[in-house]
Design a protein. Structure first.
Length: 313
């Protein structure tokens, strides 16, 4: 048997999430991106199951199979499920064998394969609108149903089915309200449920959290693993640590953002208001002292390249 790595990279995430200006669609789409690349979904398919899931975070996944045939069979099942579950969400998939080379080399080569697959994708030319008499009010694609008075496409219809599930998933991240001890906040599914007065102009603040340079950090770590000829089992354990760190960092950031927003609320006659916040939120996978530790470790030639833990403050 020749072990094979299969890489999955979800494309156009921001375009998929923010196609609609309806809050319930954005909420469900964000949940859907995490859902289709979650470890629980990647490990569930009948037939030839993966031997290991090394990475499942940030709309990316790296899975190990015992043979090329097993990898291709699993990919066919997953691709069909992705098409049915999340219409409009695109992904590229690449396979890389590595029996005669190290795992670190194969992981880096797989990243190159995925980038090449993105560039070599043939853009589809959908025949939208032919024989269609109604268009989706959100995406402009052919409508297949009606939801709350809106004509919606298959993609939006599927997202609307996931709204309640998405709200339940994130409910644990909401803080307690000190000024309202008997009440618990919840993520609103509509902007009109955010406390505004219907028919009046109001302002909405948006916090966008995006991870930068994570892929570059992983590539640098793989270079060091190749240089030091790190054992495959150790590379697996550290790569899983990267996966956990990315997920835990995202959860920590959301906790901090929700807490700080709650701290910025104030009660006045007529309702609850959100004042401006001076916080500049910045989060990293490594501490600032990591570069110094890396330089020192390179001299001693003994080091472990797992992501350092960091708790946002």
């Amino acid at each position: 048997m020749m072990p094979v790595l299969t890489g999955i990279d979800i494309l156009g995430i921001q375009g998929y999430v923010f196609t609609s200006n309806r809050m319930r669609d954005v909420l469900a789409a964000s949940h859907m991106v995490e859902y289709v690349t979650s470890r629980s979904q990647l490990e569930k398919w009948p037939g030839r199951l993966p031997s290991d899931v090394l990475l499942a975070a940030g709309g990316n996944a790296v899975i190990e199979f015992d043979t090329q045939d097993a990898a291709r069979e699993w990919t066919a099942r997953y691709s069909r499920w992705l098409l049915d579950t999340a219409p409009g969400l695109d992904a590229v998939v690449a396979h890389r064998r590595y029996e005669k080379r190290s795992l670190a080399w194969a992981l880096k080569a797989l990243q190159v394969d995925l980038e090449r697959s993105k560039l070599e994708r043939r853009p589809s030319v959908p025949q939208l609108g032919l024989s269609v008499t109604a268009s989706c009010a959100i995406t402009g694609r052919p409508a297949v149903g009606v939801d709350q008075g809106d004509l919606v496409s298959r993609r939006v219809k599927r997202l609307r089915e996931k709204v309640d599930e998405a709200k339940r998933k994130w409910s644990d991240f909401l803080p307690e309200l000190a000024h309202a001890p008997n009440m618990k906040p919840e993520f609103p599914a509509e902007i009109d449920l955010m406390g505004r007065t219907h028919g009046e102009v109001s302002l909405v603040g948006v916090v966008h959290v995006d991870g930068n340079s994570v892929g570059e950090a992983i590539r640098n770590w793989l270079d060091r693993c190749i240089e030091d000829e790190v054992d495959d089992q150790q590379v697996k354990e550290q790569y899983r640590a990267w996966s956990r760190a990315i997920i835990e960092l995202g959860r920590s950031v959301l906790h901090v953002v929700a807490k700080r927003v709650a701290e910025c609320t104030r009660e006045e006659d007529g309702g609850t208001f959100l004042r401006g916040t001076p916080y500049d939120l910045g989060f990293r996978l490594r501490n600032s002292s990591d570069d110094e530790r890396r330089r020192s470790s390179r001299d001693t030639r003994s080091r472990t390249w797992a992501p350092a833990e960091r708790t946002p403050t």
